[in-house]
Design a protein. Structure first.
Length: 276
């Protein structure tokens, strides 16, 4: 186990990952850990009122901890809400106290509130856009002070590249937030380039996670697809990709193999956006 980690492409690095209790966040954590990184993991582990499906729990986060430790890596996991910058900063600091450095940020936490009216708009903007901003902002002082560069990946969506969804404020907010993440990425990529900190965004299509694979979302999607302008099919013959497919792309972006890749919107969407 130790030899494998010593040979890993991310050996000696530390990754800060939000929304790490399950789904995409767990996949990012376990993949980067398998590549040699130690992990600072945060998740809300609580329910947001406007979200119609069950959100993550402390037990989910504990499972992520075990899976990361099974790779031989170390992990500092804390319950924190990306909407609350102070609690997010405290969670990051707990990881910094243990590992002493920060090299990678994966701003992954997100919700899909597609039919919740104005409450849905507020919550999805707060989590999916402001939460991403908070994640980067709390990480920057350490990364800049280290003077060793780094990599930041913002998890957007295919909905950050094309205008899809229903006319409900929650759905419009989701698409607006995911487009907003692209603006954050492009701004940060320019501002942080002098520090050799690379910033990119990843744009998945539907992924087989609890955020998508639940009764509410499937009912909402069936309603939306009755509209002739909404075609949710991918170009490749697959309906949902797996969390590991997205984590593989993130692992490449944060590695030295992508050392000159910054300011990129990377679709991992089975050709979804290309068809629009």
């Amino acid at each position: 186990m130790t030899d494998r980690l010593l040979d890993g492409p991310l050996n000696g690095r530390v990754a800060f990952i939000t929304g790490a209790a399950r789904g995409l966040g767990r996949a990012h954590a376990t993949r980067l850990a398998a590549d040699g990184a130690n992990i600072i993991a945060v998740d809300i582990c609580d329910q947001i009122a406007a979200v119609p499906y069950p959100m993550s729990t402390r037990e989910d986060l504990a499972t992520t901890v075990k899976l990361v430790e099974d790779t031989g890596a170390r992990i500092a996991a804390t319950q924190a809400d990306v909407r609350d910058r102070a609690s997010l900063s405290a969670a990051l600091q707990a990881g910094l106290d243990e590992f002493g450095r920060l090299d990678i940020v994966v701003a992954n936490a997100g919700i899909a509130v597609m039919a919740a009216g104005d409450d849905g708009w507020r919550d999805v903007i707060d989590v999916n856009l402001t939460g991403v901003y908070h994640t980067v902002q709390v990480a920057l002082p350490t990364m800049i002070a280290q003077g060793e560069g780094g990599s930041i990946v913002l998890i957007s969506s295919a909905a950050g590249l094309v205008g899809i969804g229903s006319d409900d404020p929650g759905s419009i907010g989701y698409t607006a937030a995911k487009h907003g993440v692209v603006g954050l990425m492009r701004s940060y990529a320019n501002h942080l380039a002098p520090h050799n900190i690379r910033v990119n965004s990843v744009h998945p299509c539907g992924v087989d996670t609890p955020m998508i694979n639940n009764e509410f979302f499937q009912q909402w999607r069936a309603t939306v697809e009755t509209d002739a302008v909404q075609d949710w099919g991918n170009a490749l013959p697959v309906e949902l990709v797996q969390p590991e497919d997205i984590a593989n792309a993130v692992a490449w972006l944060v590695s030295d193999q992508a050392r000159y890749v910054t300011g990129v919107t990377l679709p991992v969407d089975a050709g979804f956006a290309n068809r629009r």
